[in-house]
Design a protein around this ligand. Structure first.
Ligand SMILES: [Zn+2]
Length: 232
């Protein structure tokens, strides 16, 4: 454990280089048990290792349940790596679904394809990681996660499609947290970001734009123009 703590300590000090996905504004105690936390991580590793193997590589997910930073990130070093702190299982409203979607976003940096924010290491841009997460990754693991009844509001938005509603519930947990960090209202599906980016945005889009991207991925619709403007 000491070695692991030291390892994470070093990671934190380099976090500005590694583009962490969630700012450590809070110290969040996990609301999921360690067993559930590690269960979701194991499920994701088993499900997506074949993508690394196709590339002749290994997927490793490092985790530290006892670290309460709400932070996760991905990088391609000697292995394909995702790093996640226990604080990511402590976001308000966290469920196994929202933790899985968070990991899908990180895996999306590794396997989501273009546009890349780092072409050399084939690290997908933030919006692309969100899009891949809700379109391809989450549907692949949904049936393997414990059954859950979605919120009524999401079921309504999804016209009673349970898979859609579970994905939306998870996306709302994530994007509400991003909004809280920015002290802005929580995003809603009914209030899409109508802005058009001047060029492809490779960094984190606004929380509403991110929810719109998850929503577009669920429905396999084009990526929203708030980060991915269509080419004239
Ligand atoms: Zn990211």
């Amino acid at each position: 454990m000491k070695v692991l703590s030291l390892f994470f300590g070093l990671l934190l000090s380099f976090s500005s280089l590694a583009h962490p996905d969630y700012l450590p504004l809070h110290n969040l105690k996990p609301v999921l048990s360690k067993r559930l936390f590690l269960g979701v991580i194991g499920l994701m590793r088993r499900s997506f290792s074949p993508l690394a193997h196709q590339d002749g590589r290994e997927l490793v997910i490092y985790s530290d349940y006892d670290s309460h930073w709400p932070q996760a990130f991905a990088r391609r070093w000697d292995t394909d790596q995702v790093l996640i702190h226990g604080g990511m299982a402590g976001l308000p409203g966290t469920t196994e679904d929202s933790l899985a979607l968070t990991l899908c976003h990180e895996l999306g940096h590794l396997y989501g394809g273009e546009p890349y924010s780092d072409s050399h290491n084939r690290i997908s841009a933030e919006g692309q990681a969100d899009y891949w997460a809700s379109m391809l990754c989450f549907p692949q693991v949904l049936a393997l996660l414990p059954k859950r009844t979605p919120s009524r509001a999401s079921l309504k938005m999804c016209e009673d499609n349970i898979d859609c509603a579970r994905t939306l519930d998870a996306a709302l947990v994530m994007t509400a947290f991003f909004a809280d960090n920015r002290r802005i209202p929580h995003p809603e599906v009914t209030t899409p970001d109508e802005s058009v980016a001047h060029e492809v945005l490779l960094t984190h889009p606004e929380p509403q734009c991110r929810l719109d991207t998850f929503w577009a991925g669920i429905h396999k619709k084009p990526r929203p123009q708030c980060w991915m403007p269509s080419i004239p």
